[in-house]
Each structure stands twice: as structure tokens, then as C-alpha cells.
Design a protein around this ligand. Structure first.
Ligand SMILES: Nc1ncnc2c1ncn2[C@@H]1O[C@H](COP(=O)(O)OP(=O)(O)OP(=O)(O)O)[C@@H](O)[C@H]1O
Ligand SMILES: [Mg+2]
Length: 359
């Protein structure tokens, strides 16, 4: 088996801060980052999970004139809806039960810097007008206060959801969407820039070899080919985790994929027989249901993740013979990839999000 010695990554050409890549798609994204960084325009970053949205947000801050100011991140999906308002805008003492002290919100903390609103698609509808106001007027009131606070904050938002579709379904306010979508950046999935995989593999080997004190510095061509052929539904995060595991388990200088890992990567990439659209839709709905433990309604339910009203999902489940326990009424059972991210159902017919620029 031929082994290639890994090379040091020449800084400048392929590395932009922590971001690695040299493909056309990567350079296209980097050009957009450079173009917009020095303005104060709002940026909306869209991309599948693990494509580097957070790195891009930070790069925009680092490349901007605000780089010496604070960079503050809020994960709209991780903070319970009831607490998010106070988290963003702060509150006065006694504003609500349990508000024992005055608290400064993230908008104020980000004054003169950048506020990164991550998972913006999960921002509750009732908070959206308040966010719109602060984006437009750069002012807000803390909970429990009548005093207006003015801030100078640049907004970068990110999501892996289709916000335009959410607007059509009235799950996201159109005015807020247009205010955020001043400068959209679509991050390509890793499978659309497989030529970056060797660079990324080199980078992660260096990183984890240093961290774990291993002397790994070679990759067999066959291993690299396997890595380049995989379609990486978890994108760069998934690749990073595979390399970390492999570095830990490599006994010598050559990177060894553990046998189960190799098997998984090869099997998941074996060509699948083409299914009918009905079969594909059925498998996709089943996959979504399994990933959310068969919860249909609610913010994190399958209907929301598939971009469908709850009633439509139930109707389609009935029509396709999907029963609550996941047993099909008729037809062959499908093997499903449990790691695949859930796409909105319209992904079966809608054009790709990256259609805006050539890859
Ligand atoms: N171009 C890149 N070069 C090197 N590492 C990268 C690159 N892009 C992403 N990564 C790494 O991949 C991991 C995932 O990136 P990040 O958290 O930015 O993705 P994300 O799009 O925000 O994912 P999610 O939607 O799940 O939050 C991080 O550890 C990040 O450092
Ligand atoms: Mg993220």
C-alpha cells in the first residue's frame, strides 16, 4: 500500500486563519468574506451542519475594522425561548421572578464589535420584531426598563435551515429575513469540494498528532482515496472526528483508519440502487422521525425539521404507510443512513442552495 508523506500546509495560500481550503468553492467563500468584512452590513451564513459557519462568522469579525472590539456569540437554539429575550437585551432587577440582579444583555456586550446570532432559524417568532427593531434602529430597552439603550453592533447570523422557505410558511418574519439577508454567504458541503480533503486531512493530522503526542505523518493513498470518496453528511466536523480517532489509534507514523471506520466509510459510499421518489420520500420521513425520537410537532419535531406543517406530515405519513412505530404498512423496508442531516422535504424538488455561484 503506497503511503504519502504529509506536507506542511503553506500558510497564506490555503489557510485563512483557522480555515483551510484551496478549492474554487472555498476561495469563492473567502472572497465574499473579504468583500463584506470591512463593511457594517448584516451577513447571513447558510450551510449544512459542520461546514464551518461559525469559523466564517469569526473570520468576518477578525477581518473587519471591529476586530479589536468584542465578538459575542448567541446560540438561539440552545437558550430556552423564555430566557432568550433577557439573554439578548438584559434585564433590570425584579423584571421577572428570579431576576435578583440587573443583567447586561449580549447586544450591549457586543457594543463596538460583532454579535453572532447562531441558529437564527430557531429564534422564536415572538422575539423577531424586537430583534428587527434593534437591527434597524440600534436601540432597545432592557426587560423591566423604560430607558432606551443605544448600541453599535454588527450582526452576523447563521443557520442550516431554509429561511426563505420558513418565511413562505410564516415560521420566520419576512421583514427580519430581508434585514438579515443583506449579504448571504452559502457554504458548500464538503462533498462539493472534495479536492480540499487532502489539505484538511493534513491539517487535522498535525493538530491531533501534536495534541496527543503521536508521531503520525503519513497517509496511504488508498486511505486518502477512501476519505475523498465518502460523502461526509457531517461535513468538516465529521472528517475532523474521523481523523482524531484515527490518529489516536495509529500505532506508527502511518495514519490507520480503524477497521470498523474503514468499513463504515466504504459501505456508506457504495452506490445505492436508484429508488423511486415515493420510496425516497418515505425513507426521508422515517429518518427524520427516528432522529427526533418520533416527535412530530413542536420546534424540534419532525414536521418542523422537514419544513412541513404538522398536519401535512401526518397526511403524508398515512399516505406512505408510515406507522408511529416505524413499521411500513406495505412495500420493502429501506436501509437508512442514520447519520444523514435532515433536509426539508422540498429538497427533493428545489434547486440546491449553492446554485448562486459555480463550484
Ligand atoms: N475550512 C475549515 N478548515 C479547518 N477546519 C474547519 C473548516 N471549516 C470548519 N472547520 C472545523 O469543523 C468544525 C465544524 O465547524 P463549525 O462549527 O464552524 O460548523 P457549523 O457550520 O457552524 O456547524 P453546525 O451547523 O453544526 O453548528 C469545527 O471544529 C471547525 O473548526
Ligand atoms: Mg455552528
Amino acid at each position: 500500500m503506497a503511503a504519502t508523506a504529509i506536507t506542511c500546509i503553506p500558510l497564506g495560500s490555503t489557510s485563512k486563519g483557522e480555515m483551510i481550503g484551496s478549492s474554487r468553492a472555498f476561495r469563492c467563500v473567502w472572497d465574499l468574506v473579504q468583500m463584506v468584512a470591512r463593511t457594517d452590513s448584516a451577513v447571513l451564513i447558510h450551510g449544512e451542519t459542520g461546514t464551518g459557519k461559525e469559523l466564517v462568522a469569526r473570520a468576518i469579525h477578525e477581518e473587519s475594522l471591529r476586530r479589536r472590539g468584542p465578538y459575542v456569540r448567541v446560540n438561539c437554539a440552545a437558550i430556552p425561548a423564555g430566557l432568550l429575550e433577557s439573554e439578548l437585551f438584559g434585564h433590570e432587577r425584579g423584571a421577572f421572578t428570579g431576576a435578583l440582579t440587573q443583567t447586561v444583555g449580549r447586544f450591549q456586550l457586543a457594543h463596538t464589535g460583532t454579535l453572532f446570532l447562531d441558529e437564527i432559524g430557531d429564534l422564536p417568532l415572538e422575539l423577531q420584531p424586537k430583534l428587527l427593531r434593534v437591527l434597524q434602529e440600534q436601540e432597545f430597552e432592557r426587560l423591566g426598563s423604560t430607558r432606551t439603550t443605544r448600541v453599535d453592533v454588527r450582526i452576523v447570523a447563521a443557520t442550516n435551515q431554509d429561511l426563505a422557505q420558513m418565511v413562505r410558511e410564516r415560521r420566520f418574519r419576512a421583514d427580519l429575513f430581508y434585514r438579515l439577508n443583506v449579504f448571504p454567504i452559502d457554504l458548500p458541503p464538503l462533498r462539493a469540494r472534495a479536492e480540499d480533503i487532502p489539505l484538511l486531512v493534513d491539517h487535522f493530522i498535525h493538530k491531533f498528532a501534536l495534541r496527543t503526542n503521536r508521531e503520525v505523518w503519513q497517509v496511504a493513498e488508498e486511505v486518502m482515496e477512501t476519505l475523498q470518496r465518502h460523502d461526509w453528511p457531517g461535513n468538516i466536523r465529521e472528517l475532523q472526528n474521523v481523523i482524531e480517532r484515527a490518529v489516536i489509534m495509529s500505532p506508527g507514523p502511518e495514519l490507520r483508519l480503524p477497521p470498523t471506520e474503514r468499513q463504515r466509510l466504504v459501505t456508506s459510499d457504495a452506490p445505492q440502487p436508484v429508488r423511486t421518489l415515493v420510496e425516497a420520500e418515505r425513507a426521508h420521513i422515517l429518518e427524520a422521525l427516528r432522529q427526533v425520537n418520533w416527535v412530530i410537532a413542536g420546534r424540534n419535531g419532525a414536521a418542523s425539521r422537514l419544513g412541513l406543517p404538522r398536519t401535512t406530515l401526518i397526511y403524508r405519513m398515512r399516505k406512505l404507510g408510515v406507522k408511529a412505530e416505524g413499521i411500513k404498512v406495505d412495500g420493502p423496508t429501506q436501509a437508512v443512513n442514520l447519520r444523514a442531516p435532515i433536509l426539508p422535504l422540498n429538497a427533493f424538488s428545489a434547486p440546491a442552495a449553492n446554485a448562486g455561484y459555480e463550484l
